[in-house]
Design a protein around this ligand. Structure first.
Ligand SMILES: *Cc1c(COP(=O)(O)O)cnc(C)c1O
Length: 369
């Protein structure tokens, strides 16, 4: 019987594998998706609850209040901000807008999974540039560009490595990259960065616009620092022609009313943000030290997670240890993230959790033999 067939390439996609939440332990700590260690912002919870009585009303299609709150916070033009059901939606729409069969997208070897998934979904080619010390390498990215390259996707800091590209290097990348290639800076972890020379994307977008260039775009999320991963809300900022593309491709009501309200309230909850950042810094350091003490190789991180290298000289034995440790931690109720599909079979990614969760993780690491 003839059957409907998807477009070529769709079935070649290896579907995104979310961080697991499954264990048979009685007490489970999910440290597999870099979610907020302190839950959602209390102000966001209030706004979410207040939205409950109006669930029958369609959301504001322009997400005006949320976009204006974002624009005020970062001193940018609200007309150049677009809201999305998570920043993932915006990233996927960008690729749908700029990539098709015959085009290519360049990313870093250990870059975020969604870039490759969505690019393949558009029928375009994924090109990966090698990294150095698990860090994005500008010259490799530039060398990977082909005549048909339309986009470059970069998470800074990157997930799952947690490493950072300096502002100077990022500016050099844009300066040496062909002008007709859209550079997308995914700044999902921007709020955690304390480095002096950091470009969070916003400044680069503003500078590009000022100089008449329409080739830099940046995205942010409420899923990590603000603790709203379950609600799906993020935003992007970029030049008007790119915003115009996104507004044509997105669903008219792509961000739900409770998500818009909670996002704006979370942004205003400075007390929560400060508490969360202080917690993350202290607990990340505690986890880092404990891991080192036990002989593991955590990578210094600019985010709310740690990429952790296994012990041993042989890649094979390290990869075997990653599998065994993952099974052990899951069995103990502390769920972390294997990163095989990121070409890092001998590493595990561990989110910085609550004090209780991190203590449970350290305890479980100690009894791994
Ligand atoms: C978590 C994450 C996102 C997307 O988060 P949303 O929940 O879709 O906003 C995007 N990029 C990176 C690098 C991430 O880690």
């Amino acid at each position: 019987m003839p059957a409907p067939t998807p477009r070529p390439g769709i079935m070649d996609i290896i579907a995104y594998k979310p961080g697991s939440a499954r264990s048979t332990a009685s007490r489970i700590y999910k440290l597999s998706s870099n979610e907020s260690a302190l839950g959602p912002s209390p102000k966001a919870i209030e706004a979410f609850k207040a939205a409950a009585n109006d669930l029958h009303i369609y959301p504001d299609a322009g997400a005006s209040a949320l976009r204006e709150a974002v624009a005020a916070e970062f001193s940018i033009n609200p007309d150049l901000v677009v809201a999305g059901a998570g920043s993932d939606e915006i990233l996927i729409l960008l690729m749908r807008g700029y990539l098709g069969p015959g085009d290519s997208m360049v990313m870093s070897r250990h870059g975020f999974a969604i870039y490759a998934i969505a690019t393949t979904g558009c029928g375009a080619e994924v090109i990966r540039a090698d990294e150095q010390n698990l860090t994005t390498h500008v010259d490799n990215l530039l060398a990977a560009v082909k005549p048909n390259t339309k986009m470059m996707m970069l998470a800074n800091p990157n997930n799952p490595t947690g490493t950072l590209l300096s502002g100077a290097e990022l500016r050099r990348l844009r300066a040496e990259l062909r002008d007709d290639i859209l550079l997308v800076l995914d700044a999902a972890y921007a709020e955690y960065v304390e480095a002096d020379d950091y470009e969070d994307g916003i400044g680069m977008v503003s500078a590009a616009i000022q100089s008449g260039a329409n080739n830099v775009f940046t995205t942010r999320t409420f899923s990590k620092l603000y603790g709203l991963g379950g609600l799906r809300v993020g935003w992007g900022y970029g030049p008007e022609p790119v915003i115009a593309v996104l507004n044509r491709l997105r669903g008219p009501f792509n961000v739900s009313a409770p998500a818009q309200a909670a996002g704006a309230s979370a942004l205003a909850d400075k007390e929560f943000v400060a508490r969360h950042l202080a917690h993350n810094k202290a607990e990340r350091a505690r986890l880092f030290e404990a891991l080192q003490e036990l002989g593991f190789h955590p990578i210094p991180s600019h985010t709310n997670f740690l990429l952790v290298g296994m012990k041993g000289d042989e890649p094979q034995s390290r990869a075997a240890m990653a599998e065994a440790l993952n099974a052990h931690l899951t069995q103990q109720g502390t769920i972390v993230r294997p990163v095989k599909e990121y070409f890092l079979p001998d590493y595990l990614r561990m989110s910085v959790g609550s004090v209780e969760a991190n203590s449970a993780l350290i305890e479980a690491l100690r009894c791994f033999t």
